[in-house]
Design a binder for this molecule. Sequence first.
Ligand SMILES: Nc1nc2c(ncn2[C@@H]2O[C@H](COP(=O)(O)OP(=O)(O)O)[C@@H](O)[C@H]2O)c(=O)[nH]1
Ligand SMILES: [Mg+2]
Length: 299
Amino acid sequence: MTNPRCGYAGIVGRPNVGKSTLLNHLMGTKLSITSRKPQTTRINLLGISTRGQTQIIFVDTPGLRDLRPDPSGRKINRYMSNQAMAAVADVDLAVLLVDARGWTEADEAVLALIKREGVAAICGINKIDRLARKDVLLPLMKEIHDKYAFEAIIPMSALHRRGLDDLSAEIAGLMPDGPHLFDSDALTDRPLVFLVAEAIREKLMRQLGDELPHRTTVVVERYDVGAVITEIDAVIYVERQSQKAIVIGRGGKRLKAIGQEARGNIEDLAGGKVMLNLWVKVQPGWSNNDELLARFGYR
Ligand SMILES: Nc1nc2c(ncn2[C@@H]2O[C@H](COP(=O)(O)OP(=O)(O)O)[C@@H](O)[C@H]2O)c(=O)[nH]1
Ligand SMILES: [Mg+2]
């Protein structure tokens, strides 16, 4: 019998490199929301994977831009960088994800944090499917090798599930000895209503333009499991009346589309039929207000 192992592996990196996609594909189930837009992930989310004696607690994090205060200065942005920074400080292993198309200053800033904490790290070079020429990979690996004593440097594609077995094996091998912190069938630390609210927020991220999604958040107000159908009431909060009109769309078209798209995901989560009622409400300045942030779950 080998000893049990258990540890936290934080998936960190700049916005949009594929951290949440990686978490979902490592877990083999969709826990974390993803989109083409940066700053989709707002709160650290645990994905718990138990195989035999080894439990890996993955932490999906918001993207780290740099260590200076965010220029927009909104409290939600500060909250997000604090979440990601805490993940680097508190984990047994950092999985630094970068884009195969090249190392950037934002990657350097995340690495600076890893260096500051002196945490063990693996570098995943993601999106190799996007490379037109594969011969850039070796020089990039060498460049990364010279930057930090990474435990491993692994070219991969989170989206196309390439290199993930190598990555998982490396991560598992680096987990410290210790008792498991979660039940072997646990998948995440978050309640179902959180995942439901996130599924709706994902559709907002995907349906709306560039700026507006960052001004929205979603709160599930009622979750009633019935004999045949689960009834869910959720509120989409925006900051201004004009934003409300955009989310609802002409004749309610956009809100309807968001609801329809989200319902499929939510039925997977709930494991049965769902009736989803969506409202849009204006809550001025919620993203820059400590009390409202806490009330909306950012704490
Ligand atoms: N081509 C390609 N796209 C990817 C890959 N991994 C993630 N993406 C895409 O990159 C975008 C950002 O992904 P996401 O996981 O939300 O990034 P995060 O902000 O780091 O969590 C999404 O459109 C993903 O589909 C990959 O390996 N290859
Ligand atoms: Mg993400």
